[in-house]
Design a protein around this ligand. Sequence first.
Ligand code: NAP
Length: 290
Amino acid sequence: MMAKILDGKATANDLLENVANKISKLKANGIVPGLAVILVGDNPASQVYVRNKRKKAEKLGINFVLKELPKDSTQEEVLQLVEQFNHDEKINGILVQSPLPKQIDEEKVIRMIDPKKDVDGLHPQNLGLLFGNIKQYYPVACTPKGVITLLNKYQINVDGKNVVIVGRSKLVGKPLLALLNNLNATVTLAHSHTHNLEEITKKADILIATVGKIGVITDNMVKPGAVVIDVGINRNSDGKLVGDVADNVKEVASYITPVPGGVGPMTVATLMEQVVELTAVQTNNENLLE
Ligand code: NAP
């Protein structure tokens, strides 16, 4: 059996089309969604991520404001900038690109973001709403939300399924745990202290890897017919982008996301979706939320 591809690029393009429609509706009411990105220092990977976000935002006609700060910036300088965007009416979403230089306390910066503008869904208030499964709109981290959109697109139902997530980051693994649990999946969250990982992953109907290590998931760890979502983005010795899941897993899985072209494009498209959703909520255009 050869796994079918979960095409993140095509799904992201469909999502972006939908987002563009909503933006034209907002614009008809004189509203332009605004996204502010704060980039501290000169991390090359962060620069690439920010450039991708800018390209997508500008193509959609989102007001994209990039504020770059030198790597020796103080905590106070970053907090002040966040405050400035909190009060800026033209800005609906604020994103602080991680990682931050070590003199800056990332938690403090995230807490300073107005939860209504927290486009990465990392503010404790939004995490609380997510883990409480509270029935109202709140932003959710874009990669996990994008994974759910991708599963929906292929009509992969998670209700009652065994889902195993490998990796418990605040940005990916933990929000996924909550999202999937809210959708009635039975979720196991594995990490570097997990014993007998292979035994656990083999029980997964849906296996999600978000580790950041090449080949951490191999074919013998996957139940035949499982759906495999590869969140990892790693560079191999040839400089090529590869995921966390070994190549031969596609011979056992029923569906699999490619890297690149899987979760990556979903993340950026979901960021655009969420800027528009936050704008809709802030401007009493809730009818644009689906
Ligand atoms: P992270 O913060 O880098 O943490 C890695 C996680 O993997 C930790 O929870 C760690 O456990 C766990 N881990 C490490 N080695 C392990 C092992 N041998 N077995 C089981 N678990 C292990 O995670 P992240 O931010 O989620 O990033 C993971 C990968 O996803 C990276 O490659 C990143 O570039 C990529 N990523 C991609 C996207 C996208 O849009 N596609 C978005 C975000 C991240 P402990 O907690 O015990 O240390």
